[in-house]
Design a protein around this ligand. Structure first.
Ligand code: PSU
Ligand code: MN
Length: 284
């Protein structure tokens, strides 16, 4: 199963990013699946990185190019290194025949998108590339109701694991509902299998809310998010810089507390993804 690399280089600080990336691979192996962290190294698409390559991406951080769909052919042509977003990780995973992918949070419709048009390429990717993405919902740096509307328009199934409430990334509860609830890795594997049998393009998005014991206080986290969004607007941050800027500011504003939650939810998603991958391989 797949793991992304933008979360390593742009989503978390060094050295916690490398530590998390290596631990998450262990969680996957402990649950019976095979991890493939995806990135571009010297223009080569890689599904499965060495420890040294993960260390390199983590240490280089934001200096590595963040590669979404539009960047992919150019970075390969220029034989550069790239950290892959959810969209690009899905593309490379599909090429490698990988059907399941665990991450932290996906990109979505940003707050204020009515004016800025800032909608992550992750959402369109989910509508065209056959990879199931397991995340902890989405951060409130996004407009969550609009993100759900967009996914509905694009025909992407959105499932909640053991709940119909969408996860709010750092916190368990968002107050928003997803389409369907699934209650086991086996049930999820069947949905993935059936979608493929029906020859439908696109993926499935699974929201696996952060366990209550790691959930952040909603007032604290929302205050930090509001401030980060305000600062981004004031400083004219836009385009691909927007998400990394917000993630880094939120971490600083919460004094690092958000990072602990972030790490735990990634492990939680990796475990569910690994168990689902095992069930899916039993189905063929
Ligand atoms: N959201 C997070 N953590 C992340 C990202 C998003 O909570 O690390 C990263 C993922 O790699 C995602 C990308 O695919 O940011 C989305 O960027 P953009 O909004 O520019 O498409
Ligand atoms: Mn964007």
């Amino acid at each position: 199963m797949a793991l992304e690399s933008t979360i390593i280089s742009h989503g978390m600080p060094y050295p916690q990013n490398v530590e998390t990336a290596l631990n998450v691979e262990k969680v996957i192996r402990d649950n019976g699946a095979v991890p493939a962290t995806i990135a571009i190294i010297g223009g080569r698409l890689k599904a499965g990185l060495s420890k040294d390559e993960i260390e390199y991406l983590g240490k280089t951080g934001q200096a590595v190019t963040k590669v979404s769909r539009r960047d992919l052919p150019i970075i390969v042509a220029k034989e550069m290194d790239g950290a892959t977003t959810v969209a690009t990780t899905m593309i490379i995973a599909a090429m490698a025949g990988i059907r399941i992918f665990a991450t932290g949070g996906i990109g979505g419709v940003h707050r204020g998108a009515q004016k800025t048009f800032d909608i992550s390429a992750d959402l369109d990717e989910l509508s065209q590339t056959p990879v199931t993405v397991i995340c902890a919902g989405a951060k409130a740096i996004l407009d969550l109701p609009l993100t759900l509307e967009y996914l509905e328009t694009k025909g992407v199934p959105v499932l909640g694991y053991k709940t119909k409430e969408l996860g709010a990334f750092y916190s368990t509860h968002s107050g928003l509902s997803v389409d369907y609830q699934i209650d086991s890795p086996k049930e999820l594997a069947k949905a993935i299998f059936v979608k493929k049998e029906l020859d439908m393009k696109g993926g499935i998005l699974v929201s696996n809310p952060i366990p209550e014991e790691y959930s952040m206080d909603e007032t604290v986290i929302n205050k930090a998010i509001d401030q980060a969004v305000r600062e981004a607007e004031e400083q004219g941050i836009h385009g691909k810089e927007s998400t990394p800027f917000l993630l880094a500011r939120i971490k600083d504003l919460t004094g690092g507390d958000s990072l602990d939650s972030n790490i735990q939810l990634v492990y939680n998603n990796a475990k569910l993804a690994a168990q689902t991958a095992v069930e899916l391989s039993n189905l063929g």
